[in-house]
Write a protein that binds this ligand. Structure first.
Ligand code: ZN
Length: 210
């Protein structure tokens, strides 16, 4: 016989640390390899001006690829707020995994709260947590949505990212001004046409204003 369990009472505040398992980093080896690569590309790395460049390059990449841990604070939705919460224009910096060149832009995150609400500053932390690694914009969008879905169990969640990829604007197609937009929608933000339209029009209005 299975005993019926009482409904768990949601904690008023929960604050787990969100961390990322890091692969070991060998800066000395990376500096030697960077010096080799730059020399092989014909750059005068023995010159006074570029002598320090391999070290700077490696440290710049190490910094851009260090995933920042953060405390993901949620609160019980005691007031029962059930309308859309939209945090827009969250600055975004990432590195495309195909060229290791930066892509930058903004993320808009909206959700319909369930039993928990997320501290507002944590949306930017969540975006940065998934952006500070070698990424594709598509995967970044999905990972943010999936993480917040799991963490908050909201009635719906939507993530829209607009970004400029320097691998497309500075090289290759040199498509200056081209902007890539991706979206990941879950729950009612995907399935309810009215809510979906409201969320997408709010994020689109912002895109037009820029
Ligand atoms: Zn690229």
């Amino acid at each position: 016989m299975v005993e019926a369990l009482a409904e768990p009472v949601p904690e008023a505040r929960s604050r787990p640390r969100i961390t990322h398992e890091r692969a070991p980093v060998d800066l000395a080896r990376a500096e030697r390899a960077a010096a080799d690569m730059l020399a092989a590309l014909g750059l005068p790395i023995d010159s006074e001006d570029m002598f320090e460049t391999p070290r700077r390059l490696v440290h710049a990449y190490a910094e851009m690829l260090t995933v920042p841990d953060f405390d993901s604070t949620t609160f019980s939705n005691a007031a029962g707020y059930d309308e859309l919460v939209l945090v827009s224009d969250i600055p975004l910096r990432s590195l495309c995994e195909h060229h290791l060149l930066p892509f930058t832009g903004v993320a808009h995150v909206g959700y319909l709260p369930g039993e928990r609400i997320l501290g507002l500053s944590k949306f930017a932390r969540t975006v940065d947590f998934f952006a500070r690694r070698a990424q594709t914009q598509e995967r970044l969008t999905t990972e943010i949505a999936d993480h917040l879905q799991e963490r908050l169990e909201p009635a719906g969640i939507g993530v829209v990212i607009e970004a400029d990829h320097t691998c497309m604007t500075l090289r290759g197609a040199r498509a200056e001004g081209a902007r890539t937009v991706t979206a990941a929608l879950r729950g009612r933000l995907r399935d309810d046409p009215k809510t979906r339209a409201e969320f997408l029009s709010l994020t689109r209005d912002r895109a037009v204003r820029r």
